[in-house]
Ligand binder design. Structure first.
Ligand SMILES: [Cu+2]
Length: 231
């Protein structure tokens, strides 16, 4: 089998594998609405991006092979082509369309991930401190950082499946980042500032919580667990 044909076959196989992974990801029920929306956006961008990447590589390989210097082919055409209106229009309009599609999809994802429910079923104050997470449920306002510092309650937290949870983040010391990998949820926890986020867990389970911002020597040990129990 010739080189270009083998490359094309390989590219087609890779795209098929990716498209199958994307289809599987879509078929999986989301763990949270934000996770489902983020995953869809990820594959919407990834699959065409890899396709375009392969297409460009194939074109480069074709040009290198076809126009290489070899016996009988030592110079280019006498009058080299410098303009091609149709081609230039195509390579302007097609990327513009792709950018608009990705922009609209990203905005739709942001609407899902970043719209905090106005009447959450549960509001949690999340405190970050070297090197633990603390969770205090509240009906709206969180204890001040100063009082949390005195009675910092490190530990896990438990929520019922299907309930909307609003999270209010405060750092007691340095910059941290609250990260639940399974939920595709990550938000900075910064000293002197409250960040707010939310989730609704749609599947029962235990989910790891990590710190995703290097915050000191024992950063790696800054873990907790979110327990999602039947409602
Ligand atoms: Cu940390």
């Amino acid at each position: 089998m010739s080189g270009p044909r083998r490359s094309l076959l390989l590219a087609a196989a890779l795209l098929t594998v990716l498209a199958t992974a994307a289809a599987n990801a879509r078929a999986q029920p989301p763990i949270t609405p934000g996770q489902g929306a983020t995953e869809q956006l990820f594959y919407l961008v990834l699959v065409p991006a890899i396709g375009i990447g392969i297409f460009v590589m194939v074109l480069v390989a074709y040009a290198v092979l076809k126009f290489r210097v070899r016996p009988g082919h030592t110079t280019g055409p006498a009058v080299a082509k410098t303009h091609d209106r149709k081609l230039e229009t195509a390579w302007t309009i097609i990327p513009a369309i792709i950018l608009v599609v990705v922009g609209v999809a990203a905005f739709q994802t942001l609407v899902v991930t970043d719209t905090i429910p106005s009447n959450p079923d549960l509001t949690m104050c999340v405190f970050a401190q070297q090197w633990a997470w603390g969770f205090v449920s509240t009906n709206g306002t969180c204890p001040s950082v100063a009082s949390a510092q005195l009675r910092f309650p490190p530990g896990d937290f438990t929520v019922k499946v299907g309930r909307s949870v609003k999270l209010i983040f405060q750092s007691i010391d340095v910059a941290h980042s609250f990260y639940i990998p399974a939920f595709d949820l990550k938000i900075d926890v910064i000293p002197g500032h409250q960040n707010v986020y939310w989730f609704t867990a749609l599947q029962v389970g235990n989910y790891e919580i990590h710190c995703a911002e290097f915050c000191g020597l024992q950063h790696y040990s800054m873990v907790a667990t979110l327990h999602v129990v039947p409602g």
